[in-house]
Design a protein around this ligand. Structure first.
Ligand code: NAD
Length: 281
């Protein structure tokens, strides 16, 4: 390996689920600059198609596919279309995921005297909890079942999952999301072992707290000052600031690139400004 070598994925097919979303659309646009052909999968195909068009207009190769990561028939149809349009998958990024208000408590701690309208642990909706577990965990496992068939024995094949800080220590209010992300970290290690004889590495990133257009209003008031929850995050992040989407990219490129990470398998890489390393004292 030459230390001067830049990331070069020319000709590789990178399949990204949740590619109509904030983070994975950004990854798709940046990874297209490495010469890879990008398949943008999302249940919301309009967004994914708009990002694919941006990539194509900038000279890259990309195509959007309407895909439900929870539906094997939809995944298999997309696999066949990707095979026909771009070729077999080399690298899979399992990015589809998220939380639901139905699986989120209003309160951080249960108390004897909560106001009657509080949505407490006892009010969490079974269907909301199932939705969050399915989307994050099954939504990572099922695309892997489908696309890894095309990755077996391919030089440099690997899978990147998206875990979370919640996987290490759960955040208050969101038990289903925390449990599902812990399951993703666990599955990442399981899969790394399971696929180790057929040449497919599997790793994950665990992003810390990022500012995005979606959560900016929750984290900052109209004057730009951090809200109480944002302050808690900042106090517990040794670097004392939020991350930006572009700060995840280096970790993903490193894990993906066989020239740098050919012996890296089964790691969950925190990219968190030190949050997961800090006891708070
Ligand atoms: P996002 O909500 O912007 O994007 C998620 C995308 O997944 C959406 O485009 C949505 O349409 C798609 N999707 C939802 N259900 C689907 C389904 N059944 N089939 C196919 N696509 C489906 O989320 P994001 O902030 O970009 O997060 C991407 C990943 O990173 C998620 O796994 C999330 O849990 C994780 N993550 C995000 C942060 C953060 O701060 N944004 C932090 C840690 C982890």
């Amino acid at each position: 390996m030459s230390i001067e070598k830049k990331h070069n994925f020319t000709g590789k097919v990178i399949v990204i689920t949740g590619a109509g979303g904030v983070l994975c659309a950004y990854f798709a646009k940046e990874l297209a600059k490495t010469g890879a052909k990008i398949a943008l999968l999302d249940i919301n195909v309009e967004q994914a198609a708009a990002y694919a068009a941006e990539i194509t207009a900038a000279g890259g190769v990309a195509k959007a596919y309407q895909t439900n990561v929870l539906d094997l028939a939809s995944l298999e149809a997309t696999r066949q279309a990707v095979l026909a349009n771009l070729g077999g998958c080399d690298i899979l990024i399992n990015g589809a995921g998220g939380n639901s208000p139905k699986a989120t408590t209003d309160n951080e701690f249960h108390e004897f005297d909560l106001p009657a309208q509080t949505k407490s642990f006892f009010d969490l909706d079974k269907s909301g909890i199932e939705f969050v577990f399915n989307l994050n965990y099954l939504g990572t496992l099922l695309p892997t079942q489908v696309f890894a068939k095309d990755m077996m024995g391919k030089q440099g094949a690997n899978i990147i999952n998206i875990s979370s800080m919640n996987a290490y220590t759960p955040l208050t209010k969101i038990p289903a999301y925390s449990g599902a992300k812990a399951a993703i970290s666990n599955f990442t290690q399981w899969l790394a072992v399971h696929f180790s004889h057929i040449g497919i590495r599997c790793n994950a990133i665990a992003p810390g707290f990022l500012v995005s257009n979606q959560n900016r209003a929750l984290l900052f008031d109209e004057q730009g000052n951090p809200t109480p929850r944002a302050n808690k995050i900042l106090v517990n992040t040794p670097m004392g600031r939020f991350g930006e989407a572009h700060e995840l990219l280096g970790g993903i490129l490193f894990l993906m690139d066989e020239h740098y990470a050919s012996f890296v398998n089964g790691v969950i890489l925190p990219i968190d400004g030190g949050f997961s390393a800090y006891s708070g004292v």
